[in-house]
Each structure stands twice: as C-alpha cells, then as structure tokens.
Design a protein around this ligand. Structure first.
Ligand code: FBP
Length: 340
C-alpha cells in the first residue's frame, strides 16, 4: 500500500484521493474522516485566497478586540476563525470544536448533526506576520469524542497529544501547502490554484536525525534560564565533529519555522522564560499537532522535561515549553536544559 503511494503520478493523487485510499484500508471506515478533511481542505483554500488578497480586501490590520490570550486580534484572525467553523459545523462529523480565538469549546448548533470527532485549531498562526506578507498558517488537531450523552465539551478537548487521530497545518506561503499525518507518516500536498486542488508533492516526509539550523527568538535571551542560554551558546560554538556552529533562522510564525524544520531538519524552540513561565505556544492546537507531525517524520518534540505528546492537558488554552525537530538535536537540547 505505502509503496504504491510513494510512486504516485503527481497529478493523479489529490488530497481527497490519498485520504480516501487510506480510509478504504480501514475495515468499518464510514467516510466521515475523509469528509472532515474535505471541509478542512475547503477552509484552507478559502483562507489562502483571502490571504493572497488581504491588502486589497481590506483584511489587513487589527479589529480593536483582544482575544483570550490577551493578544490584539487581527481582521484575518477573525476571517480564518469563522471560515474554519463554517466549513466544518454543518457536516455532521464533529461533536465540538476549540479555537485559539475563542475562550470556550465551540458547540455544534443543534440544527446540525453531531459526529464522533473533536476538532481543535489555531485558525491563523503567526499573527504578527500577517501584515508584513510573511508566511502564516492554520494548525489543526483531530481527536475522537470521549464523552457520552448530549453535551460534548471541554472533556472531549482535554486529551493528550498521544490520543490524536490526525494533525496538520496549511501554510500560506510562496505556495499553499497542506501537510498532515493520520499516524501513518507525514505527507505534504501543494495547492495548484489553476486546478483548485491540493496534489501530493511531498510523500512520507522524513527529517534528518541531525540538522544544521537552530530557530529561537534570541531577543528573549535575558529572560531565559541559564541552562537555555548555555544550550544556545553551545549551538553557536564551532566544533567540526558535531557540525557546529549551527545557522540561526527565525521567521516568527511557528508553522513556517516548523515547515522549514520538517524539510531541512534542525531544532525549533520556544522555552519557558521569566515572562512566559510555561512558554508561549499552546499545547492543544499548536505544540501537540506539530509534535505528532514531527514524530511521524522521525523527529522528536519535548517540553524539556517530558514528551509533548504525553502532556495531559488541564486547560483549553494552556501553554507548554517546546523543543522540536531532528531527534539528535532535540536530545542535545533536553540533555542541557532539563531541570530534573
Ligand atoms: P499566534 O500568532 O497564533 O498567536 O502564534 C503564536 C506565534 O506567533 C507563533 O506562530 C510564533 O512561533 C510565536 O508566536 C512568535 O512569538 P515571538 O514573537 O514571541 O517570537
């Protein structure tokens, strides 16, 4: 099965066909999973087209509101958030959603059927880069419903990353790509706007065990724990044998920094610091989905103390420190920053 997929004709394998083929391999598959991905795909296409025209469509700039994270809300954040909800809520595959832009779990209107999946997402990651035409993205995580009865909600959202059925991101960059995993490798699809379809372009992405790039906001250096400072200093210290010094690359959009890390290897980090006691990135719809994607591509994701996928969430918008990327680079980081 996988070998056949590795040899696809690029223009023959759309995202929909790829997922459909896989679903057919599952006894009892109902097609609901494929339908959910069709809705995510549609949301990605709509957001991509609007991102490309944001300057013309009056969608740049702030709304004047502040979200649950205490961040100024961008007009495109609202557009992307509404688009995700509207593309998914009526399909009948999802029982509850959660978004970075919404305080509480998002119920499915009672006029629509509820399904067995839970969808959590960051509708537009990299808000600070929207207005300056730098790559941004949408991140999503899919779980199975755990609650029974008529009231799906927070309990269905607060599941560890290891329980994810699927995870992915859509990057709006020089090209628009849909990168996802459903636990059987990480695969990338590129949007051909002239056809309006995502085509398989990066089957079975694999990170090198060690990279040459480190990615961290060094502007926070003074706020870091001395162990983190020492680790970054170590990465910059020349040592031929271990390929140091590493090069520094930091875009400031997690999706874009992780996409580069998936393509080229290396390590991305957003540690805890004196200002962000638990780091900045959110567990359920940023760190956990990225952890599943990277692990399925042969890499690792740690909080510095434990695997990101093992963190049991207690709050919808909780944050975690993050060290993620090539296996050996993340192990080097953890060895140096670990407290316990
Ligand atoms: P949102 O834009 O979705 O709030 O995401 C947070 C984020 O922008 C990440 O994409 C990025 O990695 C990080 O914050 C950048 O933070 P900083 O500007 O502190 O380096």
């Amino acid at each position: 099965m996988v070998d056949e997929i590795r040899k696809p004709d690029r223009y023959g394998w759309t995202l929909e066909r790829f997922i459909g083929e896989r679903q057919r391999a599952f006894p009892g598959a109902t097609g609901e999973f494929t339908q959910l991905f069709q809705q995510l795909e549609l949301a990605g296409k709509i957001i991509s087209s609007r991102v490309n025209q944001a300057g013309l469509a009056g969608l740049l700039g702030l709304t004047g509101d502040t979200n649950v994270q205490g961040e100024a809300v961008q007009k495109m954040d609202v557009f992307a958030n509404n688009t995700m909800i509207q593309c998914v809520e009526a399909g009948g595959q999802v029982c509850v959603m959660a978004s970075e832009e919404v305080d509480d779990p998002i119920p499915i209107p009672t006029r629509y059927p509820r399904g067995r999946y839970v969808l959590m997402f960051d509708p537009l990651d990299g808000s600070t880069n929207i207005d300056v035409n730098i790559s941004i993205g949408t991140i999503f995580s899919v779980h199975k419903r755990v609650s029974e009865g008529d009231d799906p909600g927070l309990r269905d959202c607060l599941q560890p990353g290891s329980k994810q059925l699927a995870a992915g991101y859509i990057i709006y960059g020089s090209s628009c790509m849909f990168v996802f995993t459903s636990g059987d490798g990480t695969h990338g699809f590129t949007l051909d706007p002239s056809v309006g379809e995502f085509f398989l372009s990066h089957p079975d992405i694999k990170l090198p065990d060690r990279g040459k790039i480190y990615s961290i906001n060094e502007g926070n250096e003074q706020l870091w724990d001395p162990r983190v400072r020492d680790w970054v200093k170590w990465l910059k210290t020349p040592d031929k044998a271990s390929g140091r010094p590493y090069s520094s690359r930091y875009i400031g959009t997690m999706v874009a920094d992780l996409h580069r890390t998936l393509m080229k290897g290396g390590v991305f980090a957003y540690p805890a610091d004196a200002k962000n006691k638990n780091g900045k990135l959110r567990l359920l719809y940023e760190a956990a989905p990225m952890a599943m994607l990277v692990q399925q591509a042969g890499g690792l994701a740690s909080t510095g103390e434990q695997a990101v996928m093992d963190v049991v969430p207690t709050e919808l918008h909780q944050r975690v420190p993050l060290y993620i990327g090539s296996k050996l680079d993340v192990l080097d980081a953890v060895e140096r920053v670990r407290k316990s």
